[in-house]
Design a protein around this ligand. Sequence first.
Ligand SMILES: Cc1cc2nc3c(=O)[nH]c(=O)nc-3n(C[C@H](O)[C@H](O)[C@H](O)COP(=O)(O)OP(=O)(O)OC[C@H]3O[C@@H](n4cnc5c(N)ncnc54)[C@H](O)[C@@H]3O)c2cc1C
Length: 375
Amino acid sequence: MSDVQRVLIAGGGIAGMALAIALERTGIAAEIVEIDPDWRVTGAGITITGPTLRALDRIGLLDTVVNEGYCYDATRICDADGNVIMASRVSGRPFGARIPNSGGILRPVLHRILSAATRASGASVRLGVSIASIEQTNAAVSVKFTDGTVGTFDLLVCADGIHSRLRATLFPGAPDPVFTGQGCWRAVVPRPADVDCGHVYVGGPVKAGITPVSRNEMYLFLLQHVPDNPRMPEEHWPELLAEQLQGFGGALGAVRDGLGASARINYRPLEKLLLPQPWHRGRAILIGDAAHATTPHLASGAGLAVEDALVLAELLAVDIALDEALRRFTARRYERCRMVVDNSVRLGELEIARAPGQEQAELQRASMLALTEPI
Ligand SMILES: Cc1cc2nc3c(=O)[nH]c(=O)nc-3n(C[C@H](O)[C@H](O)[C@H](O)COP(=O)(O)OP(=O)(O)OC[C@H]3O[C@@H](n4cnc5c(N)ncnc54)[C@H](O)[C@@H]3O)c2cc1C
């Protein structure tokens, strides 16, 4: 095992929580500092692909996620009127009989599952606390926290998301997130019984679809071309989303007609970021969106975050020098994360250009096939 026994994790999102769980499983003590005193999560629903479910299985959470979310094996491709034109069914279950090919879950539910597992793992969690300053020697990393306390650790892992402040501290000159020209709408609405798997609507004015997230609920997603990145006032979200849904029939059309002030709607301009290699500086490393933030076109950001956690915990448990473990981490993760970021951005560009559906489907299929590879 490397000399790492105490790890400080900045950020209690998907990457930070998955890492704390994975480290505690290997006998390495993990401490999370999370800046939000209420440890909230924003967002509606999230799609969990087969590779994401495979990664969640390795931290012992597959069954809970399957029970509390909604999983399925096929996705229906529909025309803008809602007629099914193709059912994309992967033959069998490539990740093993227990692991469905896809699914969805409400973000707050996934957060509850991960945060409960983090606390149960024995990891320490301090809320409303961040890092004020970092000092590194060859032997340790010392941190002053924003509440005035101090601590010394073997490794600092920055899992503080796409707008990571620690990235700017550790990697002066690192690229900033870049707006990609699209905004993502999501809305959680009641699920009719016949929406029993994912639906993607192609050939309409914009890309949209539906993902079931529980026995009673589903979320719709819609990707709008917003070249000037306008402000979308929250009080107008129901009308703005309904306007974008004009021209769709089927289940999506029904959702549009029922959208009201009570709908749980979320809008976010999309950004991407890929930090050049390596992702570590001395005894500090970046994981998750802090190192590689993707648009949601391949629904893989959360999965990559959990995979980062698994690979880092695995390498820290190997009997090699820390610098070598961190170097191997980026080497193992970079190409897979780059592929997801670049191909997701490309899919967005194809949507904006209204490129033939076939070209989009082929890139989507090839990317998902690449993600079935072991990590
Ligand atoms: C619109 C949209 C839709 C998406 N849909 C999907 C999807 O369907 N499927 C999917 O797999 N992925 C999806 N993603 C991507 C996914 O949400 C992210 O990849 C994932 O949340 C990354 O996890 P993370 O832990 O790295 O970062 P985050 O989830 O951003 O967590 C970072 C945490 O760090 C905390 N923090 C921030 N700064 C500090 C600090 N200085 N000190 C301490 N704590 C700090 C934050 O409060 C937060 O808790 C989507 C993303 C977007 C934008």
